[in-house]
Design a binder for this molecule. Structure first.
Ligand code: AMP
Length: 481
């Protein structure tokens, strides 16, 4: 992009954020539908949510910190008139939790009135921001998304679409975007297709969502996924599709399949549940164990545990029961009561666990604090042997493309061996899915993915020094006895 690179910046010390986006064009209940769409996408972000609607003359905005169902009361939804709307949910992070970073952003000025909602992370936003600030741009937030708006504002192009293309030709990284002006909605997926984005139909209305589960809730039909590098512009005249950027090697995020997306969604050409179950089957092929029972870690380990149990021929039992009414208060309690955390969420079923050799299946280990508590809980339930299997490889590298993985120092697999992690978690054996096994399941010989959190191969350069792993890779250790 022709800019001199700054000297390597520090690795950001706070997690990146995940997000979900939803939009509807040409429906009398646009804001209500967006509310429902965001409700279905709540798993993609619980920090803040926002909706911007258009009545054809002006944009109306309502955003706040918290959960979708708390923010959008009946009276709040009444302040969002019009037949088109876009919405956004933002992930819970510790450091940058502030209403000024809640989306969609709304700006007026050179570009007219525009709202923008973004899922993903731009890798060169800091550089561009510094450059723009040196020319006098004043940023309202600390979000990378705002860079796109500023680039659009200074573009010499005439139309919103051309200004957007102009702006996007300068940014790099991950972006699934929704933009809305008074009479237009525009959906975009970055050329590498990091984050999912689909388009569907509800009667005469067009709907766009991060995941197809949002269409299911409102009774919309999924038409197709927006292609990597595609821009779809929607107005009263209809839809137009553009591919203005040179094609790049695609790298959709494999962690969407492993953990982030909802299992009932169809993304990257596949159903998420089927993939997760197949990862469990692959885990069983890699770690054939003698055990009495397979226990899923609710809810994230469920499909993989089903796959493992079916392939291994070991009965699946719900040895951990989840309280589904746990609110945020208990997810992030104050330090003094933090040790209650997992117990508030999960309780072991002693009748299932007592005297049993159990295989516990979860999707991933990040810091290993949850796994450690869960294994202790299962042990307290009377299990005699506990084998902990993970349906993904060790998470060893931070994500710079929109998944909220912590910094490398907090990723236990970055600095500890398999045996050290096993000891910390206190299980009898520990096994991760191999990277080869993961690739075999998700690629099916059809398309590549981004595996950067596992192998450190970042598809888009990030202007920071990527840390070397502190230990040699250990994916291929021989399976447990
Ligand atoms: P821990 O190892 O204690 O940090 O937690 C691991 C659990 O967190 C896994 O079982 C996943 O279900 C879940 N998890 C994985 N990645 C993320 C993420 N980016 N944000 C929130 N939870 C995650």
């Amino acid at each position: 992009m022709g800019m001199k690179q700054e000297k390597a910046m520090e690795i950001p010390d706070k997690p990146r954020e995940g997000c979900g986006i939803f939009g509807v064009f040409n429906h009398p209940e646009a804001a209500n539908l967006t509310y429902l769409g965001l409700y279905a996408l709540q798993h993609r972000g619980q920090e803040s949510a926002g909706i911007v609607s258009s009545d054809g003359r002006e944009l109306h905005v309502h955003k706040a910190m918290g959960l979708v169902s708390d923010i959008f009361t009946e009276s709040a939804l009444k302040t969002l008139p019009g037949s088109s709307a876009i919405g956004h949910v933002r992930y819970s992070t510790t450091g940058s939790s502030h209403i000024k970073n809640a989306q969609p952003f709304v700006v007026s000025g050179g570009v007219g009135n525009v709202a923008i909602a973004h899922n993903g992370n731009l890798t060169n936003a800091m550089e561009i921001r510094k450059e723009l600030e040196s020319y006098g741009s004043i940023f309202q937030s600390t979000m990378d998304t705002e860079v796109i708006i500023h680039l659009m504002a200074i573009s010499r192009e005439k139309t919103l679409l051309d200004r957007l293309i102009n702006a996007l030709s300068r940014v790099q990284g991950a972006y699934s975007l929704l933009l809305m002006a008074e009479n237009t909605m525009i959906a975009v997926r970055d050329p590498r297709g990091f984050r999912p984005l689909s388009i569907g139909r509800l009667g005469d209305a067009t709907v766009v969502a991060s995941e197809s589960c949002a269409f299911d809730l409102i009774g919309a039909a999924l038409e197709r996924e927006i292609d990597p590098g595609e821009i779809v512009s929607i107005d009263k005249q209809g839809r137009k599709s553009y591919k203005p950027f040179p094609p790049l090697k695609q790298s959709p995020c494999v962690f969407e399949f492993i953990y982030f997306a909802r299992p009932d969604s169809f993304i990257f050409g596949r159903n998420v549940y089927e993939i997760r179950k197949e990862l469990g089957r692959q885990l069983a092929r890699e770690y054939p164990l003698e055990a009495d029972v397979v226990i899923p870690v609710p809810d994230s380990g469920m499909p993989a545990a089903i796959g493992y149990a079916q392939e291994a021929g070991i009965p699946l039992e719900l040895g951990l029961i989840r309280n589904h009414y746990v609110g945020r208060t208990f997810i992030e309690p104050k330090q003094s009561i933090r040790h209650f955390g997992v117990k508030i969420k999960l309780n072991p079923v002693r009748q299932i666990l007592k005297g049993k050799r159990v295989v516990v299946v979860d999707d991933s280990i990040v810091r290993a604090t949850t796994g450690r508590k869960i294994i202790k809980m299962i042990r307290s339930g009377g299990a005699t042997e506990i084998h902990f299997l993970i349906s993904s490889p060790p998470t060893r590298f931070p994500c710079f493309y929109g998944i909220d993985t912590p910094t490398k120092s907090e990723l236990i697999a970055n600095s500890h061996t398999l045996e050290e992690i096993r000891k910390y978690i206190t299980c009898d054996s520990l096994g991760y899915l191999s990277l080869e096994g993961l690739k075999y399941v998700v690629e099916g010989g059809r398309r590549p993915f981004c595996y950067a959190c596992f192998d450190g191969q970042y598809p888009v350069e990030f202007p920071v020094k990527i840390p070397e792993p502190q230990m040699p890779l250990f994916y291929n250790l021989s399976p447990m006895k």
